[in-house]
Design a protein around this ligand. Structure first.
Ligand code: FE2
Ligand code: FE2
Length: 273
């Protein structure tokens, strides 16, 4: 069994210091095997915001997998956006590798790819090169290894859930991502915490879609608040637990979804009483 703490959309510069401190405390208490940070570290890609984000990242337990979001690219400085879109991220968070960020152990393989671009504004893109990278990374893994893709902008919709904008290129990418054996897609960006299966692809294979909310920023959506996801991966069983900030009470379990992988793909199990 593996436990992932999936944290997103911190937006340092528009963050709540108290929530941030409790978040760090709560993640340590969960003893995750991996911390995934799926982008939007800062509000406006200012250096002081990256410094605060870096201090936060340093306080979280290892190992960590990090990718940038659209807010980590300068918005108002056109020169910086054109020529050094990821200089703050590279300097303070982690140097961006062409092949993305990767984590592997005997039970799971996780690939994080950057969907933020200098010219797409708040929207993102998944490129042909990145799809090829996904196919390469997830090829030749053992049977029992759960394959997980992390992007800031979602690449797939969860069935029966609210409709959101996906990264440009998702329509082409998603069938190939699923065909490459990816079983779970983690993302952030929309500040909504939700999960579900995707519609069947041509191959009749399926994957799980998991979005994280904003963990500690003031940019919350009504009804969602500040949340992060605790995801347990146990072979053909996946549990997604939404941890929500409760003023005065810290982060508490708010909602649990359990999925099991059978012959036809993932199935949502009935909620336990
Ligand atoms: Fe965001
Ligand atoms: Fe975003």
């Amino acid at each position: 069994m593996r436990k992932i703490a999936h944290i997103s959309d911190m937006h340092f510069g528009s963050h709540e210091p108290l929530v941030t401190a409790e978040l760090v405390k709560n993640v340590h208490a969960q003893q995750p095997d991996l911390v995934v940070l799926s982008g939007d570290f800062t509000q406006r890609a200012r250096l002081w915001q990256f410094k605060e984000a870096r201090d936060f990242v340093n306080e979280l337990p290892e190992p960590k997998l990090v990718i940038p979001g659209n807010h980590d690219v300068p918005l108002f400085s056109i020169v910086a956006r054109l020529f050094w879109p990821f200089s703050g991220y590279n300097k303070y968070i982690e140097p961006l590798g062409v092949a993305g960020a990767a984590y592997r152990d005997e039970e799971m393989a996780v690939l994080g790819l950057n969907t933020a671009r200098r010219f797409t504004g708040k929207n993102g893109r998944i490129s042909e090169e990145q799809i090829a990278e996904i196919e390469k990374f997830f090829a030749d893994l053992g049977e029992g290894v759960t394959r997980i893709l992390v992007t800031h902008h979602p690449v797939g919709q969860a069935a029966n859930e609210v409709f959101v904008d996906l990264a440009f290129g998702s329509q082409l990418a998603l069938p190939r991502v699923v065909h490459a054996g990816v079983q779970m897609l983690l993302s952030g960006h929309h500040h909504r915490c939700l999960s579900g299966t995707i519609e069947e692809t041509e191959d009749r294979e399926q994957a799980l879609i998991v979005y994280a909310g904003t963990a500690n920023s003031t940019r919350t959506r009504e009804g969602d608040g500040n949340t992060y996801n605790l995801i347990e991966v146990d072979g053909h069983d996946i549990k997604v637990e939404v941890m929500r900030w409760v003023p005065g009470g810290g982060f508490k379990e708010a909602r649990t979804s359990r999925y099991r992988y059978g012959g036809d793909g993932w199935e949502l199990l009935p909620a336990r009483p």
